[in-house]
Design a protein around this ligand. Structure first.
Ligand code: ADP
Ligand code: GLC
Length: 482
């Protein structure tokens, strides 16, 4: 077994703000059959510690940026899928009300640099000294919050032995802090250069991870290309291009046990749709019931959807939306719901309602301006809730768009629009509503969608290969040196 420590700032079922949590929560179980033992290190936020009351201390750090810390051993998942969870219990950094990255006022915590440098430093210490006599061969670093790990590994002298894979879930979040943080966080000052972790005069934790990890990946092949060709690199394109063949895209999957429809066919959806309409106070209607479950931010393209709403409504379509995020979008959708009986909106975060929307909807709308992978379109496929998506990132890699060719071959699983514009979205909504009126084609698309593989199998094998190559390469180097 290859031993890998996954370092993440969120992880289902304990704490989640977005898709990263689903991926971090699913990978240990998905990788086990491929010969990888993955353990997870997660910050000890209040909700994490209270969900794991029996977690015993297995590692101690006297001073982690202003206070003592301990690592507790907990458990992630259950039954044959259970894996070891290490919880970084550092009360001065994590024991507070609020969300992982933001306080109760909705603003970022003022000490996020220290909070996540601490996660990275603790990870590097565990890898260097071992934990419970377990010495990871490699580390899986998720997003900027884990980005400083390879720098600390170098400082601790373990970078040769322990390989690192930096996975970028969203390059829009770069973990940038003032130059003074280099000293505060105990980083080597000589690393603060344009070839190092300096980024436009600041420290970037994401850049640190990109330049210093053994390998770099992102969460879909198309997003990997988009990051390199500059379309969505957000300033990191040169840094990523410099990694050349060390940078790759591996598509996310979803946990098929967690996301599993209770019905096998289109007919089975009808009951869920009726219940959903009731719950969302939507009347009967001839058009498709479209659902959205999302963070409401600029990335997700909801300005386009707001402008295209009249097209959906004119076709007898309906919208049921669950989301939270930027105030502008929250109030624009609330207003739309007040004005139209066929629009129903819930502002907030609600796992249960998310599931009922996926089960009861006819289609799921994901009009993102950019989307590293996206998970809700995968849930949609699994539940026969046809995805209508923009042609970008992981959305491009996961949906087989309805075209004359794909329809005549009977393989289409959804709709894609390009470019990411109001006109193109309106056109796609019209096509969706037309197809909905052709029950034979629509049912075929549902069958296709539900049969499309969206689990972790293929991608877990790719991660396992990557870890094997990384570790194998270092083992070979060690042997040659002996
Ligand atoms: P991102 O990570 O960019 O937000 P993804 O599609 O990868 O986008 O993942 C979003 C995850 O968060 C999905 O599991 C989705 O169901 C969930 N989610 C987003 N908003 C909500 C909400 N308001 N209530 C419940 N779940 C939500
Ligand atoms: C990020 C991306 C999303 C992706 C998720 C999990 O939040 O925005 O597209 O699915 O990470 O990798």
């Amino acid at each position: 077994m290859i031993k890998v420590l996954s370092v993440t700032s969120e992880c289902v079922p304990l704490v989640k703000t977005g898709g990263l949590a689903d991926v971090a929560g699913a990978l240990p179980g998905a990788l086990a059959p491929h010969g990888v033992e993955m353990r997870t290190l997660l910050p000890g936020y209040r909700e994490v510690l209270s969900a794991q009351p029996d977690a015993e201390t297995v590692f101690e750090v006297w001073d982690l940026f202003g206070g003592p810390a301990r690592v507790r051993r907990g458990v992630l998942g259950s039954g044959s899928e259970a894996s070891v969870l290490y919880i970084l219990d550092a009360p001065h950094l994590y024991d507070r009300d609020g969300r992982p990255y933001t306080g109760p006022d909705g603003h970022d915590w003022g000490d996020n640099a220290q909070r996540f440098a601490a996660l990275s430093l603790a990870a590097a210490m565990i890898a260097t000294h071992g934990i419970e006599e377990w010495f990871p061969d490699a580390m899986h670093l998720h997003d900027w919050q884990a980005g400083l790990t390879p720098i600390y590994l170098r400082e601790l002298g373990a970078a040769e032995r322990v390989k690192t894979l930096m996975t970028i879930h969203n390059v829009a979040f770069q973990g940038c802090y003032g130059a003074d943080m280099v000293e505060t966080l105990g980083l080597p000052p000589q690393g603060f250069t344009s070839g190092g972790f300096e980024y436009w005069g600041q420290l970037s934790m994401l850049k640190a991870g990109i330049i210093a990890s053994s390998k770099v990946s992102t969460v879909s092949p198309t997003y990997a290309r988009e990051l390199m060709d500059g379309s969505f690199g957000m300033g990191m394109e040169g840094v990523l291009a410099a990694r050349g063949g060390d940078f790759t895209g591996i598509l996310n999957g979803i946990d098929l046990d967690v996301w599993s429809p209770s019905y096998k066919s289109a007919r089975g959806k009808a009951k869920h749709k009726a219940l959903l309409r009731e719950e969302m106070h939507l009347p009967e209607s001839d058009g498709p019931l479209c659902v959205v479950i999302s963070r409401l931010t600029g990335q997700k393209g909801f300005d386009l959807l707001l402008e295209s709403l009249p097209t959906l409504l004119k076709n007898g379509g309906q919208l049921a939306l669950l989301g939270s995020g930027e105030g502008y979008f929250e109030s624009a959708f609330r207003d739309a719901a007040l004005r139209h009986e066929n629009v129903s909106v819930r502002i907030g975060y609600d796992e249960g309602l998310a599931r009922r929307l996926i089960a009861g909807g006819d289609a799921i709308l994901v009009p993102s301006r950019f989307e590293p992978c996206g998970l809700t379109q995968l849930y949609g496929l699994r539940f026969g809730t046809l995805p209508l998506v923009s042609l970008t990132g992981g959305l491009a890699d996961t949906v087989i768009p309805a075209t004359p060719a794909s329809l005549s071959r009977g393989v289409a699983t959804g709709l894609q629009f390009y470019p990411t514009s109001v006109e193109a979205l309106k056109h796609s909504i019209n096509t969706l509503c037309d197809l909905y009126q052709k029950p034979k084609i629509w049912q075929q698309m549902i069958r296709n969608a539900m049969a499309q593989p969206v689990g972790w199998d293929t991608s877990a094998a790719q991660y396992a290969d990557l870890f094997t190559n990384m570790v194998g390469a270092s083992a070979a180097l060690e042997e040659a040196a002996e």
